[in-house]
Design a protein around this ligand. Structure first.
Ligand code: FE2
Ligand code: FE2
Length: 274
Protein backbone atom coordinates (compact mmCIF):
# COMPACT_ATOMS: atom_id res chain seq x y z
CA UNK A 1 0.00 0.00 0.00
CA UNK A 2 1.39 3.39 -0.88
CA UNK A 3 1.39 6.08 1.79
CA UNK A 4 -1.19 8.77 1.07
CA UNK A 5 0.05 12.29 0.40
CA UNK A 6 -0.12 14.88 3.18
CA UNK A 7 -3.03 16.61 1.42
CA UNK A 8 -4.93 13.31 1.26
CA UNK A 9 -4.35 12.75 4.97
CA UNK A 10 -5.64 16.27 5.70
CA UNK A 11 -8.79 15.78 3.63
CA UNK A 12 -9.44 12.43 5.29
CA UNK A 13 -9.38 14.10 8.74
CA UNK A 14 -11.63 16.93 7.50
CA UNK A 15 -14.11 14.40 6.11
CA UNK A 16 -14.41 12.46 9.40
CA UNK A 17 -17.42 13.52 11.50
CA UNK A 18 -17.02 11.90 14.93
CA UNK A 19 -14.73 13.87 17.26
CA UNK A 20 -12.90 10.93 18.83
CA UNK A 21 -12.48 9.21 15.44
CA UNK A 22 -11.34 12.46 13.79
CA UNK A 23 -8.74 13.15 16.47
CA UNK A 24 -7.46 9.54 16.46
CA UNK A 25 -6.96 9.76 12.68
CA UNK A 26 -5.36 13.19 13.05
CA UNK A 27 -2.86 11.87 15.60
CA UNK A 28 -2.08 8.78 13.50
CA UNK A 29 -1.43 10.90 10.39
CA UNK A 30 0.75 13.30 12.36
CA UNK A 31 2.78 10.35 13.68
CA UNK A 32 3.18 9.00 10.12
CA UNK A 33 4.35 12.42 8.88
CA UNK A 34 6.91 12.92 11.65
CA UNK A 35 8.20 9.34 11.47
CA UNK A 36 8.89 9.85 7.79
CA UNK A 37 10.52 13.24 8.43
CA UNK A 38 12.78 11.72 11.10
CA UNK A 39 13.95 9.07 8.63
CA UNK A 40 14.57 11.67 5.93
CA UNK A 41 11.86 10.02 3.81
CA UNK A 42 9.52 12.87 2.97
CA UNK A 43 5.86 12.16 2.29
CA UNK A 44 4.76 14.04 -0.84
CA UNK A 45 2.56 17.07 -0.17
CA UNK A 46 0.23 16.23 -3.05
CA UNK A 47 -3.04 17.92 -3.93
CA UNK A 48 -6.49 17.14 -2.61
CA UNK A 49 -9.52 19.42 -2.42
CA UNK A 50 -10.59 20.07 1.17
CA UNK A 51 -14.35 20.42 1.74
CA UNK A 52 -15.66 23.96 2.20
CA UNK A 53 -16.87 22.79 5.61
CA UNK A 54 -15.49 19.83 7.59
CA UNK A 55 -17.68 16.89 8.56
CA UNK A 56 -19.27 17.30 11.99
CA UNK A 57 -21.07 14.91 14.34
CA UNK A 58 -24.90 15.07 14.58
CA UNK A 59 -24.43 16.49 18.10
CA UNK A 60 -23.74 19.13 19.34
CA UNK A 61 -26.55 21.15 17.86
CA UNK A 62 -24.99 24.25 16.29
CA UNK A 63 -26.68 27.53 17.22
CA UNK A 64 -26.17 31.19 16.49
CA UNK A 65 -23.80 32.46 19.23
CA UNK A 66 -26.61 34.72 20.56
CA UNK A 67 -28.79 31.66 21.16
CA UNK A 68 -26.18 29.62 23.05
CA UNK A 69 -27.18 29.75 26.75
CA UNK A 70 -24.90 31.98 28.85
CA UNK A 71 -22.33 30.40 31.11
CA UNK A 72 -22.53 30.82 34.88
CA UNK A 73 -18.94 30.04 35.82
CA UNK A 74 -19.71 29.83 39.57
CA UNK A 75 -21.86 26.71 39.17
CA UNK A 76 -20.97 23.19 38.10
CA UNK A 77 -23.29 23.56 35.11
CA UNK A 78 -21.36 26.69 34.18
CA UNK A 79 -18.05 24.86 34.32
CA UNK A 80 -19.46 22.03 32.20
CA UNK A 81 -20.64 24.59 29.66
CA UNK A 82 -17.17 26.15 29.63
CA UNK A 83 -15.44 22.79 29.05
CA UNK A 84 -17.97 22.00 26.33
CA UNK A 85 -17.19 25.29 24.59
CA UNK A 86 -13.45 24.58 24.81
CA UNK A 87 -13.95 21.07 23.34
CA UNK A 88 -15.83 22.65 20.43
CA UNK A 89 -13.02 25.17 19.85
CA UNK A 90 -10.40 22.40 19.93
CA UNK A 91 -12.31 20.26 17.41
CA UNK A 92 -12.56 23.23 15.06
CA UNK A 93 -8.86 23.90 15.59
CA UNK A 94 -7.99 20.34 14.49
CA UNK A 95 -9.82 20.99 11.24
CA UNK A 96 -8.39 24.49 10.81
CA UNK A 97 -4.81 23.20 10.95
CA UNK A 98 -5.44 20.32 8.53
CA UNK A 99 -7.32 22.74 6.27
CA UNK A 100 -4.35 25.14 5.99
CA UNK A 101 -2.13 22.16 5.09
CA UNK A 102 -4.31 21.12 2.12
CA UNK A 103 -6.04 24.30 0.96
CA UNK A 104 -3.04 26.39 -0.08
CA UNK A 105 -1.06 23.62 -1.79
CA UNK A 106 -0.46 25.78 -4.87
CA UNK A 107 1.65 28.21 -2.81
CA UNK A 108 5.17 26.80 -2.42
CA UNK A 109 6.18 26.81 1.24
CA UNK A 110 9.16 25.33 3.09
CA UNK A 111 8.56 21.91 4.68
CA UNK A 112 8.74 23.55 8.11
CA UNK A 113 5.39 25.20 7.36
CA UNK A 114 3.77 21.74 7.14
CA UNK A 115 5.68 20.46 10.19
CA UNK A 116 4.28 23.33 12.26
CA UNK A 117 0.64 22.83 11.28
CA UNK A 118 0.73 19.04 11.48
CA UNK A 119 2.21 19.39 14.99
CA UNK A 120 -0.48 21.93 15.88
CA UNK A 121 -3.23 19.63 14.57
CA UNK A 122 -1.80 16.79 16.65
CA UNK A 123 -1.80 18.99 19.76
CA UNK A 124 -5.38 20.20 19.16
CA UNK A 125 -6.43 16.56 18.83
CA UNK A 126 -4.86 15.84 22.21
CA UNK A 127 -6.57 18.96 23.67
CA UNK A 128 -9.98 17.82 22.40
CA UNK A 129 -9.51 14.37 23.93
CA UNK A 130 -8.31 15.77 27.27
CA UNK A 131 -11.31 18.08 27.54
CA UNK A 132 -13.70 15.28 26.50
CA UNK A 133 -12.15 13.15 29.26
CA UNK A 134 -12.86 15.98 31.74
CA UNK A 135 -16.48 16.24 30.57
CA UNK A 136 -16.98 12.47 30.78
CA UNK A 137 -15.41 12.34 34.27
CA UNK A 138 -18.15 14.68 35.52
CA UNK A 139 -21.01 12.89 33.78
CA UNK A 140 -21.26 14.95 30.57
CA UNK A 141 -19.83 14.58 27.06
CA UNK A 142 -19.10 16.56 23.90
CA UNK A 143 -22.44 16.87 22.16
CA UNK A 144 -24.50 17.17 25.36
CA UNK A 145 -24.91 20.95 24.95
CA UNK A 146 -25.41 23.25 21.95
CA UNK A 147 -22.31 24.92 20.47
CA UNK A 148 -21.46 27.99 18.37
CA UNK A 149 -22.33 27.66 14.71
CA UNK A 150 -20.06 30.44 13.46
CA UNK A 151 -16.71 28.90 14.22
CA UNK A 152 -15.84 27.87 10.66
CA UNK A 153 -16.62 31.32 9.27
CA UNK A 154 -13.03 32.56 9.52
CA UNK A 155 -11.93 29.58 7.43
CA UNK A 156 -14.52 30.21 4.74
CA UNK A 157 -13.77 33.93 4.63
CA UNK A 158 -10.06 33.28 4.11
CA UNK A 159 -10.35 30.20 1.89
CA UNK A 160 -8.51 32.02 -0.92
CA UNK A 161 -6.03 34.06 1.09
CA UNK A 162 -3.23 32.33 2.99
CA UNK A 163 -1.97 35.55 4.57
CA UNK A 164 -5.53 36.43 5.63
CA UNK A 165 -5.89 32.94 7.12
CA UNK A 166 -2.67 33.33 9.14
CA UNK A 167 -3.67 36.83 10.30
CA UNK A 168 -7.17 35.83 11.45
CA UNK A 169 -6.83 32.25 12.72
CA UNK A 170 -3.57 31.89 14.65
CA UNK A 171 -2.76 35.60 15.12
CA UNK A 172 -6.25 36.79 16.18
CA UNK A 173 -8.39 33.82 17.25
CA UNK A 174 -5.73 31.62 18.82
CA UNK A 175 -4.05 34.70 20.36
CA UNK A 176 -7.41 35.48 21.99
CA UNK A 177 -7.17 32.07 23.64
CA UNK A 178 -3.96 33.22 25.35
CA UNK A 179 -5.86 36.22 26.77
CA UNK A 180 -8.75 34.24 28.27
CA UNK A 181 -7.20 30.92 29.35
CA UNK A 182 -5.58 32.09 32.65
CA UNK A 183 -9.00 33.29 33.90
CA UNK A 184 -10.52 29.90 33.02
CA UNK A 185 -7.73 28.06 34.83
CA UNK A 186 -8.50 30.18 37.93
CA UNK A 187 -12.18 29.22 37.80
CA UNK A 188 -11.37 25.49 37.71
CA UNK A 189 -8.70 25.90 40.39
CA UNK A 190 -11.16 27.61 42.75
CA UNK A 191 -13.57 24.70 42.19
CA UNK A 192 -10.78 22.16 42.92
CA UNK A 193 -11.28 20.58 39.50
CA UNK A 194 -7.73 19.31 39.17
CA UNK A 195 -8.22 17.37 35.93
CA UNK A 196 -9.58 20.47 34.17
CA UNK A 197 -6.80 22.67 35.61
CA UNK A 198 -4.14 20.28 34.31
CA UNK A 199 -5.76 20.02 30.88
CA UNK A 200 -6.09 23.78 30.55
CA UNK A 201 -2.47 24.27 31.60
CA UNK A 202 -1.32 21.95 28.80
CA UNK A 203 -3.50 23.85 26.34
CA UNK A 204 -2.18 27.22 27.56
CA UNK A 205 1.47 26.14 27.18
CA UNK A 206 1.00 24.66 23.70
CA UNK A 207 -1.23 27.37 22.23
CA UNK A 208 1.63 29.90 22.49
CA UNK A 209 3.40 27.89 19.80
CA UNK A 210 0.40 27.88 17.46
CA UNK A 211 0.24 31.67 17.63
CA UNK A 212 4.02 31.82 17.11
CA UNK A 213 3.79 29.60 14.00
CA UNK A 214 1.17 31.98 12.63
CA UNK A 215 3.39 34.99 13.25
CA UNK A 216 6.45 33.22 11.82
CA UNK A 217 4.79 32.26 8.51
CA UNK A 218 2.94 35.55 8.23
CA UNK A 219 6.26 37.42 8.49
CA UNK A 220 7.85 34.95 6.06
CA UNK A 221 5.19 35.74 3.43
CA UNK A 222 5.48 39.49 4.08
CA UNK A 223 9.19 39.14 3.38
CA UNK A 224 8.56 37.14 0.22
CA UNK A 225 6.18 39.78 -1.13
CA UNK A 226 8.05 42.81 0.31
CA UNK A 227 5.08 43.89 2.42
CA UNK A 228 5.12 45.83 5.68
CA UNK A 229 3.99 43.24 8.28
CA UNK A 230 2.12 45.55 10.63
CA UNK A 231 0.21 47.43 7.92
CA UNK A 232 -0.57 44.20 6.09
CA UNK A 233 -1.82 42.56 9.30
CA UNK A 234 -4.11 45.51 10.04
CA UNK A 235 -5.53 45.52 6.51
CA UNK A 236 -6.19 41.76 6.49
CA UNK A 237 -7.79 41.65 9.95
CA UNK A 238 -10.04 44.58 9.02
CA UNK A 239 -11.02 42.78 5.82
CA UNK A 240 -11.69 39.32 7.24
CA UNK A 241 -12.36 39.66 10.97
CA UNK A 242 -15.76 40.94 11.97
CA UNK A 243 -15.54 43.36 14.87
CA UNK A 244 -12.88 44.85 17.11
CA UNK A 245 -10.29 43.02 19.20
CA UNK A 246 -11.11 43.00 22.91
CA UNK A 247 -8.66 43.99 25.64
CA UNK A 248 -7.33 43.07 28.15
CA UNK A 249 -4.57 41.34 26.20
CA UNK A 250 -2.04 38.85 27.52
CA UNK A 251 0.85 41.05 26.42
CA UNK A 252 3.51 38.74 27.85
CA UNK A 253 2.34 35.59 26.02
CA UNK A 254 1.56 37.54 22.86
CA UNK A 255 5.13 38.89 22.92
CA UNK A 256 6.44 35.36 23.44
CA UNK A 257 4.44 34.32 20.36
CA UNK A 258 5.90 37.13 18.23
CA UNK A 259 2.93 39.50 18.23
CA UNK A 260 3.93 43.02 19.36
CA UNK A 261 1.44 45.50 20.88
CA UNK A 262 1.31 47.73 17.80
CA UNK A 263 -0.18 44.79 15.89
CA UNK A 264 -3.30 44.44 18.08
CA UNK A 265 -3.95 47.70 19.96
CA UNK A 266 -4.93 49.68 16.83
CA UNK A 267 -7.55 46.97 16.08
CA UNK A 268 -9.43 47.48 19.35
CA UNK A 269 -11.55 50.15 17.70
CA UNK A 270 -14.16 49.19 15.12
CA UNK A 271 -12.61 49.76 11.72
CA UNK A 272 -14.20 52.45 9.54
CA UNK A 273 -16.57 51.06 6.90
CA UNK A 274 -14.75 50.21 3.68
FE1 FE2 B 1 -5.86 23.80 21.35
FE1 FE2 C 1 -4.20 26.04 18.83
Amino acid sequence: MTTPTLAQMAVEVLGTADGRVKTALSRAHAATWFAARAEGRDIPLGRAQPPLRPARPARPELLDPRDVPRRRPGSEQGRIAMLHAVAHIELNAVDLHWDIVARFAEIPMPLGFYDDWVKSADEESKHFNMICDCLEAIGSHYGALPAHAGMWRAAEDTANDLMGRLAVVPMVLEARGLDVTPGMIDIFRRANETQAVEAMQVIYAEEVHHVAYGSKWFHFLCGRHELDPKETFHALVRRYFHGALKPPFNEEKRAEAGIPPDFYWPLTEIAPAR
